[in-house]
Design a protein around this ligand. Structure first.
Ligand SMILES: Cc1ncc(COP(=O)(O)O)c(C=O)c1O
Length: 361
C-alpha cells in the first residue's frame, strides 16, 4: 500500500484512492509497450466490465460526465426535450443534460434512501420527458421498480454504486443504459474515466461513433471522449479487486454502525445490496458544526453533496433534499483506511456527540 502524506501527518482524509504495486506494474507495462492511447487494453477493460455485469456492450469514456452526455445523445435527447434528475446530486448530471441541449427537470428524493422519489418524479412528467437519470447515491440502489413503471427510458447512474444490487441483480442492468465513473476516489478508479453499458446494439454503436471524431466521412459534431490504455490498465487491476474492495467497505461500515447505534442518529439504511461508497449519518440539525468539530480532530468529513441542484439554479422547494443536504455528514470510508484510523474516527464521533449533543439528539 502506498503511504500518503496525509497519513504521515495523522490527518484522515475524507476520501482517497486505494492503489498498490499491481497498479504500478500494469501502468508501467503499458508505458513500456509504447501504445498509450486507446487500444487493446481499453478493449480488454470494456470486455471485462461487460462480462462482470453480464451486459452486451460496455464503452469506455473519459469520465462519468462524458458517459452521461453520450448516453443522452444516444437516446436522441436534444433541444426541446426534458430529462428528470434528482436535485440531491452533483452538478455532473445537470451539466450533461445541458450539454445535450435539453432541459433538466429536478425532482425530490426519498428521505430514507436519498434516491429519487418515484411519486415526485411522476408529478413532473410531461409530454416532453425523454429520459430519467437515476443515480444510486452513496452506493445504495434506488427503488427502481416504481421508476421503471413510469415507462420513460431510464439511464442508471452507477457512478457511486459499482457492485450494488437491487432485487438480487446488479444495478446498471435495469435501465436502457447505465453510466459509471472511475474518478480517483470512486469505488474503482482509472484516475479519471467512465463507462456506458447497455444491451441495445444501436445505442452502443451511436456511443462508439460519437466518442471519437477521427476518420469519419460524414461530418457531424463528435467528441474526443476516449479512455487511454494507461487508464484502462488501472481499471483492469481495480476491477479484479472489486470483491475485496467491497468486503473492506462493508467491514468498516459494520464497525461504524455497531459503534454509533448508541447515538440518536439516522444511520445508513440496513440494505444488504448497498456497498457503502459513502457512510452518511443524518444529524438532527445542520451538520456544519459537526463537520468542523471532527475536522479539528483530524477527521476529514463533509456534506456528501456539495450543493443541491435546485440551489445551484436558484429554485425553491425540494424539502426532502433540503433537509438531507443540511443535516448529512459523510465520514471517511475506503479500503485503505487502516483499523487504527477507523478506531480514531469512531472515537472522534463519540466524543463530538457527547460534547455537542444538540447535533445528535
Ligand atoms: C452520481 C454521479 N454521477 C456522475 C458523476 C460524474 O462523474 P465524473 O466526475 O467522472 O465526471 C459523479 C461524480 O462525482 C457522481 O457522483
Amino acid at each position: 500500500m502506498i503511504k500518503h502524506r496525509e497519513q504521515q501527518h495523522h490527518f484522515i482524509p475524507h476520501s482517497r484512492p486505494t492503489l498498490g504495486t499491481e497498479e504500478i506494474k500494469a501502468v508501467s507495462e503499458v508505458i513500456a509497450s509504447g501504445h498509450i492511447a486507446e487500444g487493446a487494453i481499453v478493449k480488454e477493460f470494456e470486455q471485462k466490465f461487460a462480462d462482470y455485469l453480464n451486459v452486451k456492450h460496455a464503452v469506455a469514456t473519459t469520465s462519468g460526465t462524458s458517459a452521461l452526455h453520450l448516453a443522452l445523445l444516444a437516446l436522441e435527447v436534444g433541444p426541446g426535450d426534458e430529462v428528470i434528475i434528482p436535485s440531491y446530486v452533483c452538478c455532473a448530471l445537470l451539466n450533461a443534460v445541458n450539454y445535450a441541449g435539453a432541459t433538466a427537470v429536478l425532482a425530490d428524493i426519498c428521505p430514507n434512501t436519498c434516491n429519487l422519489d418515484a411519486a415526485d418524479v411522476k408529478k413532473r412528467l410531461s409530454s416532453r420527458t425523454k429520459a430519467i437519470i437515476v443515480p444510486h447515491l452513496f452506493g445504495m440502489a434506488a427503488d427502481l421498480n416504481p421508476l421503471l413503471a413510469l415507462d420513460v427510458p431510464i439511464i442508471e447512474d452507477c457512478a457511486q454504486a459499482v457492485g450494488a444490487v437491487y432485487n438480487q441483480r446488479p444495478v446498471g442492468t435495469f435501465g436502457v443504459a447505465a453510466v459509471y465513473s472511475f474518478y480517483a476516489t470512486k469505488v474503482i478508479t482509472t484516475g479519471e474515466g467512465g463507462m456506458v453499458v447497455c444491451n441495445a446494439k444501436d445505442i452502443a454503436e451511436r456511443i462508439r461513433d460519437l466518442k471519437t471524431y477521427d476518420q469519419k466521412d460524414d461530418y457531424k459534431i463528435r467528441f474526443n471522449y476516449k479512455m487511454t490504455d494507461i487508464q484502462a490498465a488501472l481499471g483492469i487491476v481495480q476491477l479484479a479487486q472489486l470483491n475485496s474492495i467491497l468486503r473492506r467497505r462493508k467491514a468498516i461500515a459494520d464497525q461504524y454502525t455497531r459503534a454509533f447505534k448508541v447515538l440518536d442518529l439516522n444511520l445508513p439504511p440496513d440494505d444488504s445490496g448497498q456497498i457503502f461508497f459513502r457512510y452518511v449519518i443524518g444529524l438532527k440539525t445542520d451538520s456544519r458544526s459537526g463537520i468542523e468539530a471532527l475536522s479539528r480532530k483530524g477527521i476529514g468529513c463533509d456534506r456528501p453533496v456539495y450543493l443541491p441542484l435546485h440551489r445551484q439554479i436558484k429554485l425553491k422547494g425540494y424539502p426532502v433534499t433540503e433537509k438531507a443536504w443540511k443535516n448529512s455528514l459523510s465520514l471517511p470510508i475506503y479500503p485503505s483506511l487502516t483499523d487504527e484510523a477507523v478506531t480514531r474516527v469512531i472515537g472522534a464521533v463519540l466524543d463530538t456527540a457527547s460534547k455537542i449533543s444538540r447535533l445528535f439528539k
